[in-house]
Design a protein around this ligand. Structure first.
Ligand code: SMG
Ligand code: MG
Length: 374
């Protein structure tokens, strides 16, 4: 396959409700989308980097810069196979979310040309995937209970509560008391330290599925120490940036579960490797979420249909995030989302709507950047 040019689009989408985590409040997404124009056809990719470098060191403006300056030029106008993309981009350190978006667009182009869906490519074994929902930090327990109740009424099969020091045991207790034994887990986004081990062990009595990324991402050994002091299984998110990192963390005893986010690990192909590492070692995996549009959601739902994804993912329906998605919406049916079956991502971008919410776009090809607007 030959990459002739890449269209870059920056769009703004308001969230249906503010989403608060231990690192901040988000009310909209500033999304970088890529369209790869290859000799085989076109494909879409979504970059999951946030507006600020708060979930990780990546952020959307930086991702755009590194794509234009360093990543896309390495792939343009040469014969490459998909398996080579990560290897060619490897000399550029880090920037996994930027790399993932580019690889995704090329994968979509190739699979569309081959008439093969993402699900078929990954070896999906399900036609629909079980969905959970991630519930932000609320300003009061009654408001939290109202939000959780709404999601359970909508059919979500698992609830994840965002926690931080000062918002942990009480919200978990309240949700358990009101909603009984609904599958429940928590996500701290690195907000605690090993000194909080005793406090985190107070969560053990609530029979949670897991506690996600309690400690800073570099503190893998500390997670292993924490795991010896809490009964709730530890799940790593931010710490797992590659299949090697996953294998190391498992061997250290730092996690009993892993959350896979293709953006965080540099792409779907690395995500598939992590899945395989985990299946081999008996570690359950589940699909994370980064408030994706229908483009990213399509890929994530397809990957979540692989056999090792045995826990419900943060793969919620389009209406959990946006009033209007940029593809046909993903709709929850009995707590599940259907895996797209058409070639590539299997969704169609609503180009007119996309253009109406685009605040910057440009094309990078052989002659450099052109047709930039906005
Ligand atoms: O896409 O439903 C979603 C969000 C799921 O909680 C979610 N993601 O750490 O797992 C996580 C957070 C990161 C969100 S930052 C945008
Ligand atoms: Mg997380």
């Amino acid at each position: 396959m030959k990459l002739n040019s890449v269209e870059l689009h920056r769009i703004k989408l308001s969230l249906v409700a503010p989403f608060e985590t231990s690192f901040g409040v988000q009310t909209e997404r500033d999304v970088l989308l890529l369209k790869a124009i290859t000799d085989a056809g076109e494909g879409w990719g979504e970059c999951v980097a946030g507006e600020e470098p708060t979930y990780s060191s990546e952020y959307v403006e930086g991702a755009q810069e590194v794509l234009i300056r360093h990543l896309i030029p390495r792939l343009l106008n040469r014969e490459i196979s998909l398996a080579d993309v990560a290897r060619i981009l490897r000399p550029i350190h880090g920037h996994n979310m930027a790399k993932a978006a580019l690889e995704m667009a090329m994968l979509d182009a190739e699979l569309r040309a081959d008439g093969k869906s993402f699900g078929q490519f990954f070896g999906a074994t399900r036609t629909a995937v079980d969905c959970g929902v991630s519930v932000g930090i609320h300003s009061s327990i009654p408001e939290l209970l109202q939000t959780v109740g709404g999601y359970l009424d909508a059919g979500y099969l698992r609830i994840k509560l965002k926690i931080k020091p000062g918002w942990d045991v009480e919200p978990v207790r309240a949700v358990r008391e009101r909603f009984g034994d609904v599958p429940l887990q928590v996500d701290a986004n690195t907000a605690y330290s090993l000194a909080d081990a005793k406090h985190l062990a107070e969560l053990d009595r609530f029979d949670l599925l897991l506690i996600e990324q309690p400690l800073p991402e570099e503190e893998v050994l500390a997670h292993a120490k924490l795991a010896r002091n809490v009964k709730t299984p530890i799940c790593l998110d931010e710490s797992i940036t590659s299949a090697q990192a996953a294998a190391d963390a498992i061997e250290l005893g730092a996690c009993q579960v892993i959350n896979i986010k293709p953006g965080r690990v540099g792409g779907y192909l690395e995500g598939r490797k992590i899945h395989d590492v985990c299946v081999e070692r008996g570690i359950p995996v589940w699909m994370g979420g980064m408030l994706e549009t229908g483009i990213g959601r399509a890929g994530n739902v397809a990957m979540a249909a692989m056999p090792g994804f045995t826990l419900p993912g943060d793969t919620s329906a389009s209406d959990r995030y946006y009033h209007r998605d940029i593809t046909e919406p993903f709709v929850l049916q009995d707590g599940r989302l259907k895996v797209p079956t058409r070639p590539g991502l299997g969704v169609t971008v609503d180009r007119e709507y996309l253009d109406s919410i685009t605040f910057w776009s440009g094309t990078l090809g052989r002659g450099g950047m052109s047709a930039a607007s906005g």
